[in-house]
Write a new protein. Structure first.
Length: 513
């Protein structure tokens, strides 16, 4: 069958099940039901503190076929996923589904576990490095499931993603399971993506390298959700939090794109007192924030809040009084960790509060402007941030689809050509975010406005910005770089891409090139 984006998807996928096809950004809003949670009471005097991960696994009676979850706030510095999976593999346990909020190059040991059947399923919002390459090559027994950050919270809370055991890397914990991410040698800041796991998993284990006397303070995830606590030598390297570009680009092309994107925001009428804003951690995205900062200072504008994964640059804007508050689901660098620890106006939020469409109001719904990146964009404004130009998985939705759907103005910023390849094309390799929720695409060669935003088009036509069509951007890209080689894929589906409501927006097939 084909979904409403004309993507060919089987109605049943082996290892995934019956497919609910994507049917529009707002098709599945409405009344939702949360899953019941199995609770086992802890008696007075009970000891939650165990000596090792091995002892925890024995207590939990880990068995074949379980779903084990992890969170990614230590990003490419995380040790816990690897250490837990090593102990599981050592026991001869097979057929584990790893539900990690994101997977990074440091998690390469999963590749061998995929090959020998220890790990047969992966559910994640983002993956890069050796694991992503191995999944793309078909090493995983069942298709990986790629969710959004809000979609993952929705799936856990609804019971669509049932977690047997959640392991939470805790920079600080007491012996009763009160956790925070702001103190200790492995401090990583907000623990937003671990909250749904803690609240809905059958069993929850806090793994810490900073065991403090009771009670730990402040408390981000409380003792009421935690079954066991384990003290280890190290949960990870906080330097690995900074895994990617978190500095403003110095590239003249990127700076030009940022200036034009800021112009779009201004002319659209969103640069004003009380505005809300989110941008990514990439160089061009942060350059947009720098342009916004100039305008806010010149006009004495104070925004309501900035949100998302927070960088030191956005933390500085809070310190300068340009925003009243920050909503933080994860810290992208150590300056943001410091800000989160020291400034009470720098607030944490769960992944559900951030982007879950199945609750009573996600933060993304209050966003005025969202700045997004892209690997590819097509003439229907669909965006790919899941696969590379070679068809290999190299990312995932993260909060891309959640924020695009919620924001009043969603702007994609991208070079028109990257690595001698056109970015704007007839059809993207993989749809991550539907064009229905993308308003503007800004490139160095011009700005395309989604035809559905007639109000925006009228405002921008009267400006001196280089307004064009998405088709003309595609034609220009092809004149510069050619059309690019058409990729060939097998029928083997290696990953299923879910939209934030759990419907299937696309699939990733094994490349033949």
């Amino acid at each position: 069958m084909k979904n409403m984006l004309d993507r060919e998807i089987p109605d049943y996928i082996e290892g995934y099940g019956k497919v609910k096809p994507f049917n529009g950004v707002t098709a599945n809003y409405g009344v939702k039901t949360r899953s019941s949670v199995k609770l086992i009471s802890v008696k007075s005097g009970s000891n939650k503190l165990l000596s090792s991960i091995g002892e925890v696994l024995d207590r939990l009676e880990i068995k074949d076929g379980m779903t084990i979850s992890f969170h990614h706030h230590l990003r490419n510095g995380d040790f816990i996923l690897n250490n837990v999976m090593y102990e599981i593999a050592k026991r001869g346990i097979k057929d584990i589904r790893v539900a990690a909020s994101s997977i990074f190059p440091i998690h390469e040991p999963l590749v061998e576990y995929m090959k020998n059947g220890v790990v047969t399923g992966i559910v994640t919002d983002y993956m890069s490095g050796p694991v992503a390459e191995a999944v793309s090559k078909g090493y995983l027994k069942t298709p990986a499931i790629m969710m959004t950050h809000g979609g993952r919270a929705r799936a856990i809370e609804s019971g669509d993603l049932h977690i047997d055991v959640a392991f939470i890397a805790a920079p600080t914990s007491d012996d009763y399971g009160n956790i925070n991410g702001v103190s200790g040698s492995s401090a990583c800041g907000s623990l937003g993506y671990a909250v749904s796991d803690a609240q809905y998993a059958d069993k929850v284990v806090a793994v810490t390298d900073n065991l403090v006397s009771y009670p730990a303070c402040p408390i981000e995830i409380s003792q009421e959700y935690v079954d066991y606590v384990v003290k280890v030598d190290s949960i990870g390297n906080p330097a690995g939090i900074v895994s990617g570009t978190t500095k403003i680009t110095k590239d003249p092309v990127g700076l030009k794109i940022a200036q034009m994107a800021a112009g779009v925001m201004d002319i659209a009428g969103y640069v004003k007192n009380g505005m809300s804003f989110q941008t990514g951690a990439g160089g061009t995205s942060l350059a947009v924030a720098a342009e916004l900062e100039k305008m806010m200072k010149e006009r004495n504008i104070v925004g309501s809040f900035a949100s998302g994964g927070i960088t030191g640059y956005i933390s500085n804007m809070l310190d300068e009084g340009l925003f009243k508050n920050l909503f933080d689901v994860q810290c992208f660098d150590l300056k943001a960790v410091e800000s989160y620890r020291e400034n009470c106006r720098h607030q944490g939020m769960s992944g559900s509060m951030y982007g879950n469409l199945a609750n009573k109001g996600a933060v993304v719904n209050k966003l005025d402007v969202m700045i997004l990146g892209a690997t590819e964009v097509d003439v229907n404004f669909n965006v790919n941030v899941t696969t590379s130009s070679s068809g290999i998985i190299m990312g995932g939705a993260g909060g891309h689809s959640d924020t695009a759907a919620g924001a009043k103005l969603s702007i994609v910023v991208t070079n028109l050509v990257k690595g001698r390849l056109p970015i704007v094309k007839d059809t993207v390799t993989t749809v991550t975010t539907p064009g229905e929720s993308i308003d503007v695409v800004v490139t160095e060669r011009g700005i395309a406005v989604n035809p559905k935003r007639k109000d925006l088009m009228e405002k921008l036509r009267e400006s001196n910005l280089p307004i064009t069509t998405i088709e003309e951007l595609k034609n220009t890209a092809e004149r510069i770089a050619g059309k690019g080689e058409k990729l060939k894929f097998s029928n083997n589906i290696v990953a299923v891409v879910e939209y934030r409501d759990g419907t299937v927006i696309d699939v990733v097939r094994k490349p033949l090139n």
